[in-house]
Design a protein around this ligand. Structure first.
Ligand code: FAD
Ligand code: FES
Ligand code: FES
Length: 1362
């Protein structure tokens, strides 16, 4: 068949033309960009559309309207063949270091909005797409320097992008700075302006935005090509039919040869159904005009199946439909509003409405679109072969899965049938619902629902009659969306009352029942009851309906009676949080040691934004490079008999399977060897945990290696093996306990039995449990090993400890250490996860490279990374506490069973860290027994604030329990148990320093004012008194965190032109280490005191870590590596200054004055050694110290859904004399948000064998912009000078993570109010407030606490009180 299409694929990337005559149609745009172009900014973070790291702007010419359409898309899902005729713009395309950065890059840098920088290019392109499209609107021209974008849109631009480092606030500020409607005073701390400057001046200091600024224009050659392409090879076909006729012909032709056909629109479905591969022919449906129509007439609106969700939203919202009935217009708008919460902007821009419905029909995808369209009686148009038919959506969903030659052509939302004779006062109401872990940040719902009702006022009495209603539910663990017919029939014709609603709610709970094995089944059913209640209850409470909108209007009458300020009248039935986050940052710049103490912009921030910053996987592959990945165990304890791959893969580019058998003579099977112990690289015969490394499969491409590992068949045997140890209890029973050297253990305080004897009350053997957390670094584990001459090897690794990688590679290969060189430039987020695991990853590549004599690289896919990572230590805590009547605690005893997994890793640090953070209160006497249990789980590793975060949580849980037992205010119990300096010294010994270093009392009292705490406590009480369905809690929490400095090397060299390079042991993980070192070098070399040293900062470059150039680099962890690296750099500078000073003085005498460049030239001429190395070893007094901080958080819970919103957080954190307050601010905010993820969101589910079930962005939910505090205020306390610290500075990397416990405590306080109210409805005595709130306090957890049957209980109470 001759298709009227082009025979070669033509497209542009940042203006450069590409023309390809053959492409494997399963190739994604991301794969092409990363392997066939120089583009680095398009990062692979998840490969499933869930993170935004790979976002690009696609521009497409529309010849009919002679205009270019621009939209963002995830390149990891977009098929390369589908971009024929398009221009692709990446972050380095919109600006770069060579042609000039774009103002987006400059503002991102200036607002201090990057840390590791891995997410940043994707963020920039997401914003860029929004700006480009805002400029196309007919809004008034904005003032110069601004875009037409609104602040809310600018912020929403990044709502679906993940960042694990920054906490989003500074990124959101950078985005909002482009909006003409932003109040510039609301923007956060930045490097552009100073406090107190006028608005005009501030504005003028921003890098000016010009809508025409872009290095890339839509290339003309793309306007001239045939917009459709068909490609063919012996193996694969890609067709772009332009009509249904062509499509039918294609089906007919291929029916005979049984080709596997894939119909494709935008291919986003592959993000969810990843195994959906291996097709012979791809048919792109987007060119078929019938599938792209949008038709509107009196009968309704018809949307072609290939229309994107974004386009559908636009059309449904279009307000020029005066010919439609007003109720129908309202319905279309509501559908559009709901669609706006699906996925993220960059997915909606390409994902089609039809693709979504077919996924629901064929694969039972938990679709939102199916649910909402079902409630409005939508119709679908189908073509099967040559047959056409219209079906109701219900019939469509209930049919067997569509055949390969069945095509969904379009969907019709019929207009409302309003007959002339009908009661004129009757109205249609539509409401849609969606409960999901992140309301706007790309999360599938636990349940969605849509209710359409025709209601009218009762003729005979006051009240509302339900004439008819359609109630649809979906995504709750059911095959597809369904209508609750029984409830619809029950309600039809009824006058609404509490008792009718009560019956309806009970009926729906029995109807919406998830199928077996659905998670949170009871919660999902209870949501159905809650939504029904929300919809109909407002009709009972009020007899009038405003414009058909129920949102935000219910219950308002109850507010009127109270003299509350406007901001308290937040009854919120609105379900979409307005984003517009805001924050205040209070920080002081240090002036004594400039540029130390200045908020200098992060080194390389603009490069990170443009995407030019090079991460390991951005290093071009050397010639003949192979790619590897792991085959891991799926059994917790089993003998591995064999591993087999499918034969066709072996033929097609799979090169080897490396295992313990490949360890060379003289080498060791070593995955890592650190101070605490060693673990094997590969399991030998027996696999000891799920995720244990069995082998490393090496292939021509990463995709092939992943496919091979995925399809590997491992033959296991359990013969003669004990059952695995999967619980800590079992480990204790079977004496499977790791021994820890006594010098690593924390010390007990005083005598607990005496303390208990002093107590008026005792709580005995109370239990707590804590789960794990996954790092979710945006860059997964990665390495590249390149064999070199003479049995040497160079390894590039993303590691927190290149030194450990170095020694382990040599150990494994059996070669001397001087044959190995390990290079780490930057790490795309580590958080502890890139210490021990990175060693094994790099060693695996090195072993394969050594054996095959070819370069081997690996970029672990997200799923494998998650399954093997191990993560934070779960634990079980049993405690007994004694306390006085006034809340003073006299003794605490703890028994803690830590699940350490199979190998020791760094677990021995956990007891000390835990107790270090727990000792923040004066417990009177403290004893503990902490056991590190060896189980058949992946080894638990250090994760940011390892042990400390658990310790702080345990302390707060105990304080809360004491307060509850005494019926005291929790705050008073906290305050009464805060340390005095004397008790502090007793608990912490030497770490606590001098009395003036104990800044907690100062922070504690300052925080009251900063957070307006006392007033807000009262406001929260009042809010709770008048609101039934929302409850708030507020909590103020202190944290203390001990850190230890470690020895670190440094080296500083000065070139003949006066430029300087510094090397330090510390690795740049995003924490700003390079920036602080740069500042330190400029400061320390400044001591030479010659002219021109003011500009030294710009002359300093900190370079990648190279284990051959600088040995003994150690590990970057524990929050103190920045300061010790600074100290090491300073020592080197001191040596150089010492060498330069005599020369400077001599020259000064001769010349009057001498500038830096002259001095250095002369030093070269006189053979002064201008390179100096040093090794900083902290002295024993200063090496360990305590960090202090406190936070107030206020949280609101929705009692119907269990959803929480952190309304506001205020933090005061003591950074000592901050080395760089902008960097420290970023660390504080970012680590707090990571803590918030641990306490509130990140459910780390495993199966009984310990296999992690949360294996990607679909089910592991780190915070997004919509889940961070709406108001986030941070004050950095520049406390006094501490002679023993590095220029009086303190750490900021991990301790602030603990402050997030305040969100959990506030949530618990709100839940307590909810429980109290629930009990008041049931007339039971006294509040049941002894409950523990689990970690993480997810929506299902909270709903369960607030009462799964809360609406039933309420209605019963209402009926009874009536
Ligand atoms: C990160 C992410 C988050 C998401 N979140 C949500 C969410 O919260 N709620 C929600 O409802 N959805 C969500 N989705 C699903 C999303 O809406 C669908 O992936 C998308 O609409 C599918 O459209 P597509 O054009 O990409 O389809 P494709 O991926 O091209 O196709 C999907 C499937 O449908 C078939 N197909 C497509 N069109 C037709 C047709 N016209 N006739 C016959 N078969 C066809 C294809 O063969 C394929 O099997 C999410 C998706 C992603 C990637
Ligand atoms: S890599 Fe594409 S969205 Fe994550
Ligand atoms: S800066 Fe965003 S992920 Fe690191």
């Amino acid at each position: 068949m001759e298709l009227k299409t082009s025979r070669s694929l033509v497209f542009g990337v940042n203006g450069e033309k590409f023309e390809l005559s053959y492409v494997d149609p399963s190739t994604t745009l991301l794969q092409f960009l990363r392997t066939h172009t120089n583009v680095k900014s398009v990062k692979l973070g998840c490969g499933e559309g869930g993170c935004g790291a790979c976002v690009v702007l696609i521009s497409k010419y529309d010849p009919v309207h002679d205009r270019v359409e621009d939209f963002t898309a995830s390149s990891c899902l977009t098929l390369l063949c589908s971009i024929h005729g398009c221009s692709i713009t990446t972050s380095e395309g919109i600006g770069n270091s060579k042609d000039g950065f774009h103002p987006i890059h400059e503002r991102i840098a200036g607002f201090h909005a990057t840390q590791c920088g891995f997410c940043t290019p994707g963020m920039c392109v997401s914003l860029y797409g929004t700006l480009v499209n805002a400029e196309k609107t007919n809004r008034p021209e904005p003032p110069s320097g601004f875009s037409k974008v609104k602040a809310s849109e600018a912020e929403m631009a990044i709502a679906g992008n993940l960042c694990r480092c920054t906490g989003y606030r500074p990124i959101a500020d950078a985005c909002k700075s482009f909006a003409a409607d932003v109040d510039i005073e609301d923007l956060g701390f930045n490097s552009f302006w100073r406090k107190g400057e006028s608005k005009d001046l501030k504005l003028s200091r921003l890098p000016q935005y010009d809508k025409n600024h872009s290095n890339v224009r839509f290339p003309l050659f793309l306007k001239e090509i045939n917009p459709f392409v068909s490609l063919a090879s012996e193996e694969h076909y890609w067709y772009s039919p332009t009509s249904l006729k062509e499509l039918q012909t294609l089906f007919a032709l291929n029916q005979a040869n049984e080709a596997r056909i894939k119909l494709v629109v935008s291919n986003t479905g592959i993000g969810y159904y990843k195994d959906d591969e291996g097709y012979d022919m791809y048919i792109d449906l987007r060119g078929v005009s019938e599938l792209s129509i949008i038709r509107k007439d009196q009968t309704g609106i018809e949307i072609g199946a290939a229309v994107t969700i974004s386009k559908a939203i636009e059309e449904l919202k279009e307000d020029s439909r005066s010919d439609f009935h007003s109720d129908y217009t309202m319905i279309l708008e509501k559908i559009a509003d709901h669609m706006n919460k699906i996925a993220s902007g960059f997915v909606r821009n390409t994902a089609s409405v039809g693709g979504n419905l077919v996924m629901a029909q064929k694969h039972h995808f938990p679709s939102d679109i199916a649910t909402i369209l079902l409630a409005v009686d939508s119709m679908v148009h189908i073509m099967t072969g040559t047959q056409f038919e219209w079906l109701t959506l219900k019939e469509f969903l209930e049919r067997p899965p569509l055949r390969f030659d069945s095509v969904l052509l379009g969907i019709k939302v019929p207009s409302l049938e309003v007959s002339e004779s009908e009661e004129p006062r009757s109205r249609f109401l539509l409401e849609t619902y969606r409960a999901s872990p992140r309301p706007l940040g790309n999360a599938l719902p636990y349940l969605n629902a849509a209710f359409l009702a025709k209601v009218s006022p009762c003729k005979d009495s006051v009240g509302t009659v339900i004439d008819t209603c359609r109630l649809s539910f979906g995504a709750y663990g059911t095959k597809h969306a369904m209508r609750a017919k029984n409830v619809e029939e029950f309600l039809a014709g009824k006058l609404l009352s509490a008792s009718i609603l009560y019956d309806a709610v009970n009926l729906i709970t029995a109807t919406v029942v998830p199928k077996d094995n659905t998670s949170h089944a009871a919660y999902r059913s209870s949501l159905a009851a809650g939504f029904i209640f929300q919809f109909f209850n407002s009709l009972i409470d009020r007899s009038r309906i405003t414009n058909g909108y129920l949102n935000g209007h219910a219950n308002l009458s109850s507010v009127k009676d109270f003299g509350l300020a406007e901001n308290q009248k937040q009854v919120h039935y609105d379900k979409t949080p307005a984003l517009l986050s805001s924050g205040k940052q209070v920080l002081e710049e240090g002036t004594e040691c400039q540029p130390i103490g200045e908020p200098v912009i992060k080194s390389g921030a603009a490069l990170q934004a443009s995407g030019e910053a090079v991460f390991v996987d951005d290093i071009p592959s050397p010639k003949n490079c192979l790619h590897g990945t792991y085959i891991y165990s799926s059994k917790p304890l089993a003998r591995v008999k064999s591993i087999k791959l499918s034969p066709e893969l072996q033929l097609n580019g799979v090169r080897d399977i490396i295992s313990s058998k490949d360890i060379p003579d003289g080498g060791q099977n070593s995955g890592s060897k650190i101070v605490f112990g060693q673990e094997p690289l590969f399991a030998e015969e027996i696999a000891r945990c799920v995720g244990d490394r069995l082998a490393f499969v090496v292939a021509d491409t990463q995709k092939l290696a992943d496919m091979a590992a995925n399809s590997a068949i491992v033959d296991y045997s359990l013969e003669n093996l004990e059952p695995p140890i999967l619980t800590v209890e079992d480990a204790v029973k079977r004496s499977s306990i790791f021994q820890v050297s006594p010098f690593l253990l924390p010390t007990q305080v005083s005598d607990v039995s005496k303390g208990m004897a002093k107590a008026d009350h005792k709580i005995l053997s109370s239990e707590l449990k804590l789960g794990s957390q996954y790092y979710f670094y945006m860059e997964t584990q990665t390495a590249l090993a390149v064999p070199d001459e003479d049995n040497c090897i160079v390894v590039y690794t993303s590691s927190q400890s290149p030194e450990s990688v170095h020694s382990n590679v040599a150990r494994c290969l059996g070669i001397p250490q001087n044959n190995v060189r390990v290079i780490t430039r930057r790490v795309g987020g580590g958080f502890g996860g890139k210490f021990v695991r990175s060693i094994a990853c790099a060693t695996s590549c090195a072993l394969a490279a050594h054996k095959l004599r070819r370069p081997v690289r690996m970029y672990l896919n997200r799923k494998t990374d998650m399954i093997m990572a191990g993560g934070r230590h779960p634990m079980k805590i049993t405690y007994s506490v004694g306390f006085k009547n006034d809340g003073k605690i006299t003794a605490l005893n703890l028994e803690i069973l830590v699940n350490a997994g199979i190998y020791l890793d760094v677990s021995p640090i956990i007891p000390r860290n835990m107790i270090g953070a727990l000792k923040k209160y004066d417990w009177g006497a403290l004893s503990f027994d902490i056991k590190l249990c060896r189980t058949n789980h992946p080894s638990r590793a250090a994760m940011r604030a390892p042990g400390d975060v658990q310790g702080t949580y345990i302390a707060e849980a105990i304080i809360e329990k004491v307060a509850t037992t005494l019926a005291m205010d929790v705050d008073s119990v906290r305050s009464i148990n805060l340390h005095t300096y004397t008790s502090l010294k007793e608990f912490y010994g030497g770490s606590c320093g001098e009395p003036h270093e104990y800044t907690m009392p100062l922070i504690w009292s300052k925080l009251n004012d900063f957070a307006d705490y006392e007033v807000r406590v009262e406001m929260v009480k009042e809010f709770n008194r008048i609101n039934t369905w929302k409850k708030r809690g507020i909590s103020k929490v202190p944290v203390m965190y001990e850190v230890t400095q470690r020895p670190t090397p440094g080296k500083v060299s000065i070139f003949s032109d006066g430029s300087v390079v510094a090397e330090v042991g510390g690795i740049e993980l995003g924490q700003g280490l390079w920036t602080k070192v740069k500042q330190m070098v400029a400061f320390a070399l400044g001591a030479v005191q010659c002219d021109g040293i003011d500009g030294l900062l710009d002359k300093v470059r900190v370079i990648q870590s190279d284990t051959v150039s600088l040995i003994q680099g150690g590990i970057t962890a524990g929050s103190t590596t920045s300061e010790s690296s600074c100290a090491a750099a300073r020592l080197s500078c001191d040596i150089l200054v010492e060498r330069l000073k005599p020369l400077k003085e001599k020259l000064q005498k001769e010349m009057g004055s001498v500038n830096w460049e002259t001095l250095i030239l002369q030093a070269y001429a006189q053979s002064v050694n201008l390179s100096a190395s040093s090794f900083y070893v902290p002295n024993s007094i200063s090496s360990r110290y305590i960090n202090y901080g406190a936070a107030v958080s206020e949280v609101e819970i929705d009692l119907v859904t269990g959803e929480t919103r952190c309304l506001r957080t205020d933090i005061i954190y003591d950074c000592g004399q901050s080395l760089n307050p902008a960097v420290d601010l970023g660390q504080i905010e970012g680590s707090f948000i990571q803590g918030l993820g641990f306490f509130m969101l990140e459910e780390y589910e495993t199966n009984l064998d310990g296999l992690v079930l949360v294996d990607g962005t679909w089910n592991y939910k780190i915070p997004t912009l919509d889940t961070v505090p709406q108001k986030f205020n941070v004050q950095i306390l520049n406390s006094e000078h501490y002679q023993q610290r590095v220029l009086s500075s303190k750490a900021s990397g991990e301790p602030p993570l603990l402050l997030a416990v305040s969100v959990h405590c506030a949530t618990r306080a709100a839940a307590k109010e909810a429980k109290k109210q629930l009990l008041s409805w049931t007339n039971l005595d006294g509040p049941d407030s002894t409950f523990q709130l689990e970690v993480p306090a997810t929506m299902p957890v909270l709903k369960e606490l607030c009462g799964l049957d809360i609406v039933q209980t309420y209605l019963k109470w209402k009926m009874a009180t009536k």
